[in-house]
Design a protein around this ligand. Structure first.
Ligand code: TRP
Length: 74
């Protein structure tokens, strides 16, 4: 598997229904929600992990592509 590179790697999230939430969680000792993005059906978000964001939580039906492959929570 390819080594992750936070400068060049993106995650792609495609919403399969209205109201999919993409939630960014903070990097560091406390893990908190810092941003919520709402996607409607067929909207796509392309995002990176950054110095501020170490985890992403996705609520709702979506197709997600990462370095680890493609997955769907449908
Ligand atoms: N300001 C945030 C950051 O630089 C924006 C962000 C980046 C983000 N990746 C994200 C928000 C993933 C939600 C999900 O970290």
């Amino acid at each position: 598997m390819k080594e992750p590179n936070f400068k060049t790697d993106y995650i792609v999230i495609k919403a399969l229904e209205d109201g999919v939430n993409v939630i960014g969680l903070t990097r560091g000792t406390d893990t908190k929600f810092h941003h919520t993005e709402k996607l409607d059906k067929d909207e796509i978000m392309i995002a990176q992990f950054t110095e501020h964001t170490s985890a992403v939580k996705i609520r709702g039906k979506a197709v997600i592509q990462t370095n680890n492959g493609e997955m769907s929570n449908e």
